[in-house]
Design a protein around this ligand. Structure first.
Ligand code: ATP
Ligand code: MG
Length: 280
């Protein structure tokens, strides 16, 4: 590349970066009140059918919250509203106490610190495990200026740290496509972690995993608790039990609203909850 071309590439990148940031200029979430996410009275209608019906929910900074509920309860739709994929007809969604997520686009919401894990892993199958994490790091707006540069020592350390967290240290040079389903899921979680999200939304993260992988995933999430807020949607009650450690609050959704909240054993003994699970 000639110096001229290189400069114009760098300038284009800087301009792109400035545009991306300007849309949320000066917008840093404020977590001083201890609330990471506040969903207030959101309603989503699909052809008159209310997938979410005045749903309200608050997640604390560093909290690990499990959300359960029968099929069609609105769990995924709720995540779609938080991440900007679906716009609710009514209600508000706040990140920290100051960022109105309903005014931001999907990429802006990701940039500001909300990471989402979909059910199907979407790693770059042809690339190595390390390279996948490197790519995720460079997609981060704070590292974009370094797109043409080599990894710094600190960046390398961060990748190594995440490799250890997701139990893939020994697989760093392996082609991602050769990993097991569970390992791909962990790699994708690792890619999210490279962007250091404040809030992580995980929709059925252990679906299709072996028992051992499921247990390791619970350990991983427990190690992230406190540093990140996590919202975990899951049908696997053994997994939910492991995550909540007999004391954390679980939210039960049904027909687009909160049906019950409390410890897992409490909500499982709740008559209304038993009824909606038996009735499906
Ligand atoms: N794009 C859409 N158009 C029409 N209806 C939709 C759409 N998305 C979701 N729904 C409906 O909204 C309701 C809530 O769906 P959602 O996927 O949020 O449920 P869920 O709690 O995630 O269920 P599951 O546990 O099966 O994943 C369902 O009745 C679903 O059929
Ligand atoms: Mg769903």
């Amino acid at each position: 590349m000639t110096p001229d071309l290189m400069r114009s590439g760098t300038e284009a990148l800087a301009a792109h970066q400035a545009r991306g940031v300007s849309a949320i200029a000066g917008a840093e979430p404020y977590f001083g009140q201890g609330v990471a996410l506040y969903v207030q009275d959101i309603t989503v209608s699909f052809d008159g059918f209310k997938a979410l019906n005045s749903l309200s929910l608050a997640i604390d900074v560093g909290e690990l919250r499990c959300i359960i509920g029968p099929n069609g309860a609105g769990k995924t739709t709720m995540m779609d509203c938080i991440t900007g994929k679906t716009r609710p007809d009514a209600g508000r969604v706040f990140f920290g106490s100051n960022i109105d997520l309903l005014r931001l686009t999907e990429p802006e919401i990701a940039q500001i610190g909300v990471g989402r894990k979909f059910q199907k892993p979407t790693v770059y199958e042809q690339l190595g495990v390390f390279e996948n994490l490197e790519l995720a790091l460079k997609a981060d707006r704070r590292a974009r200026a370094a797109l043409f540069a080599r990894l710094s020592g600190a960046q390398r350390d961060r990748i190594d740290e995440v490799l250890a967290l997701i139990h893939l240290k020994d697989e760093a040079d392996r082609t991602a496509g050769l990993l097991s389903h569970g390992q791909k899921q962990w790699l994708e979680i690792g890619m999210l972690l490279m962007q250091e999200p404040k809030l992580l939304l995980l929709d059925e993260p252990v679906a299709g995993m072996t028992d051992e992988e499921t247990e390791r995933t619970a350990e991983l999430f427990l190690s992230l608790e406190g540093k990140h807020s996590l919202v975990v949607v899951e049908h696997d009650m053994k997994f939910v039990d492991q995550l909540t450690e007999g004391r954390k609050k679980v939210t039960v959704l049904h027909e687009g609203s909160v049906l019950a909240e409390g410890r897992l054993a409490e909500v499982q003994a709740n008559e209304k909850v038993v009824e909606v699970y038996l009735g499906r």
